[in-house]
Write a protein that binds this ligand. Structure first.
Ligand code: PMT
Length: 434
């Protein structure tokens, strides 16, 4: 299918969609898909670089955060200052720049991106990428990132048709890099043919479509995230180090997958993912109430929250004053187990728990899988400082009755996407066996 038809069709799909929670307006659907996304835009040397300025502006209008990397040749066509003003972020140009590396180094940039788009991608850049060269910042980041890499080629029609460029394009596609375009038409050099960079609205529609996986279309998902706070008195509480990042990443991935997503969040300071209904709670009892009043109408529950197992038996009405005694005792009572209450429902949803462990991770996770009657449990080692609580990364092992799978350390957002793929596979297999 030709690219223009694809874009037109996907826009039409948006207009016609009657699925609850789906928007009928392609512009706002696109805006929602790109909201809160971290887009790394690479610009290489070509006249089409002027379109990249508009692309940055439109991406930001859609709620995305944009960082720009320019090759030295790109700076001959458009200034870093323009891109800096439009993106609101410093523009990265050099690989071996100690000052830039101290701000956000090339590996951090590679890890930061939800998606890396190179637009325009010149013939020279495609050749260097196909050879796996890391001879400038952009090529290095392309090699280092685990985010999807998309290229919008732009060059003279003869250069595009050249068998060397075509061979490079094939190599890049085989390695999982997506090529958008080029389009055909009149070129800046006076030629006519294939080699024009796609127009900004087309690139925006393609970018938005990359974030919509449709895996959970129409399903209702309830996710818990973050810590709970158990009040001791009006100024003190018992809590833990959960930042909510893992649960929020899952909520974003579920919304991207077309699920009608509700997020029950403990006290965290994170923005609400696009297309997600958020319910803020503080204590385990509040979280229990928020979950149980909705779990009956939910297809999937994912319990990523770090719920306090105990709460003070009573909450002092006033601030507890220091006494002469060297010790004080607070009596604690057990909180309800939220996820176990969900699986005890007569028609329980597909239920996923997490296991936060510091030792014998597998043993404790398998015990919780069985005891809480979960369909799947995601175990992480919260004794490690580089993953788990508060970190942008996580490494987990998923267990389900009859199997397990490991997921190496990666940023929580792509990990959430991978975990969702596993969840959907297990949910389908459970449905087949019932
Ligand atoms: O929030 P981040 O900083 O991104 O960190 C992510 C995380 C480490 C918090 C997350 O990946 C994680 O492991 N969440 C679960 C933490 C936890 O409470 O684990 P647990 O082993 O104590 O509990 C097991 C399961 O029972 C969990 O699904 C938990 O949500 C649930 N539970 C526990 C107690 C309780 N009273 N009710 C529950 O539903």
């Amino acid at each position: 299918m030709c690219l223009f038809m694809y874009v037109r069709k996907s826009l039409r799909r948006c207009y016609l969609s009657g699925v609850p929670g789906r928007c009928r307006n392609p512009r706002s659907r696109m805006t929602l898909s790109l909201a809160n996304r971290q887009i790394l835009l690479g610009i290489t040397g070509g006249i089409a670089a002027y379109k990249s300025a508009e692309l940055v502006r439109r991406l930001r209008d859609s709620g995305a955060t944009v960082r720009v990397i320019m090759t030295p040749a790109a700076t001959e066509f458009i200034t870093p200052l323009t891109l800096q003003a439009l993106s609101g972020n410093p523009v990265h140009t050099a690989l071996l720049d100690p000052e830039a590396e101290a701000g956000m180094g090339h590996i951090e940039l590679a890890r930061w991106a939800d998606l890396l788009l190179v637009a325009p991608a010149s013939a020279d850049f495609m050749a260097r990428l196909a050879q796996g060269q890391g001879d400038d910042l952009l090529a290095t980041v392309c090699l280092a990132t685990r985010a999807p890499v998309c290229l919008a080629p732009a060059m003279n029609q003869a250069m595009w048709r050249n068998s060397a460029t075509q061979a490079n394009a094939d190599i890049l596609r085989q390695r999982g890099i997506t090529l958008w375009g080029p389009a055909e038409g009149a070129q800046a050099c006076g030629d006519t043919g294939p080699g024009r960079m796609l127009e900004v609205p087309e690139l925006l529609a393609l970018l938005a479509s990359r974030f919509d996986t449709g895996l959970l279309a129409g399903q209702r998902v309830l996710i818990t995230a973050g810590p709970t706070r158990e009040a001791i008195d009006p100024v003190r509480y018992i809590s833990n180090h959960s930042s909510g990042k893992m649960g929020f990443a899952l909520a974003q991935a579920c919304a991207d997958a077309g699920a009608i997503t509700t997020l029950v969040a403990g006290p965290v300071s994170l923005p609400t993912p696009a297309r997600v209904t958020r319910i803020d709670v503080t204590s385990a009892l509040e979280m229990h109430e928020a979950v149980m009043s909705r779990a009956g109408e939910t297809d999937i529950v994912i319990a990523a929250a770090a719920v306090a197992d105990f709460r003070p038996a009573s909450v002092a009405a006033d601030k507890i004053k220091k006494t002469a005694a060297d010790t004080m005792t607070i009596e604690l009572v057990k909180n309800p187990d939220i996820v176990a209450s969900v699986t005890a429902l007569p028609t329980a949803p597909f239920t996923v728990g997490f296991a936060a462990e510091t030792q014998d991770v597998a043993g404790h996770a398998l015990d919780k899988l069985q005891r809480k009657r979960l369909d799947m449990i995601i175990a992480n080692d919260v004794g490690r400082r580089d993953i788990g609580f508060g970190s942008d990364d996580n490494a987990v092992t998923v267990y389900w009755p009859g199997g397990s799978a490991g997921f190496d350390k990666m940023v929580k957002q792509p990990l959430a996407q991978r975990l969702l793929e596993k969840l959907v596979e297990l949910q389908r297999s459970k449905k087949q066996h019932h």
